[in-house]
Write a protein that binds this ligand. Sequence first.
Ligand code: IPM
Ligand code: MN
Length: 354
Amino acid sequence: MKIAVIPGDGIGSEITKQGKKVLRTVAHKYKFDLEYEDVLLGGSALDEKGTPLPEETIRICQNSEAVLLGAVGGPKWDHFPGNLRPEAGLLGIRKALGVFANLRPAILFPELKSASNLKDEVLGKGLDIMIVRELLGGAYFGEKNTVNIKGGQKAWDTISYSSFEIDRITRKSFEIARKRNKKLTLVDKSNVLESSKLWRKIVGKISREYSDVEVSCMYVDNAAMQLIRDPAQFDVILTENMFGDILSDEASMLTGSLGMLPSASVRGDSFGLYEPVHGSAPDIAGCNKANPIGTIMSAAMMLKYSFNRADIAENIKNAVSEVLSGGYRTPDIAVKNSKIVGTEEMGDLICKKI
Ligand code: IPM
Ligand code: MN
């Protein structure tokens, strides 16, 4: 396995350290070679190289089989103009690597039921949702600007999607749904937005090729509500970039903590960029308090999607489950009587179970 590691900013280096530890542990157990290189992105790259996305970072990532990323951003760089902000580095690397499909699974470890904000009755049926977020289009990459006008300023961002962009992620989502419970919900705002109307049209057309998958459409405001009311109704949620960003944060709270959620950004071959859904949490950076499970589960997704080793991914997931069963918790998922551990200890416990 030849991978690039992007620690990034804030808690990024602490959590990717645990991710690497887990990868080393499985490499040893399953006897394969693991080679990795740390590269700069975001605020740390800005500090050292004067740009949030150094050329070298792109090159090393492109020459790897997969990338593990921590998180970027922090108040230290908030005053920089948009194109120099750490977030621009993150969007830039996603774009440069062409990873258009962001898979964000929301699963509930039964051990964490009490950390979820939902009542037992609602969670009764468990939770296993796959949010497929389009990652390279929409308002994030559309035309945008701020201009001066008489008496003030005017700013805009454009949500634009081509049929090509919608087509490729729709097919990907149907393939994913086929391997799961064969239910796909397109989340959009087609009662208002032109771009959403195009999504509906294309998804409707492609759905005829996947008649074994049950398709429905839902407005995003309703979907936000339904996720809390009855999350078990969802299997695969397909949605555009910004709706996916928002809904995946919402879904994370159903699973107990944003710190638990992994993601995989893929493009159709075996390459992938793997990162937790959460941010860089500058308030707890360097405190050994961050939950490394989102990153560790992202490493598990890497093994499944980039290295075709679902068996090892399962091994990692079971190890996480067992550690949680033992009552060990980072502060974000702690409940009464939990054995509170730090980032490092959580990583060690998981490795031991593997
Ligand atoms: C995420 C993050 C990023 C996004 C930010 C940091 C640019 O919130 O990965 O969900 O909006 O995509
Ligand atoms: Mn987000």
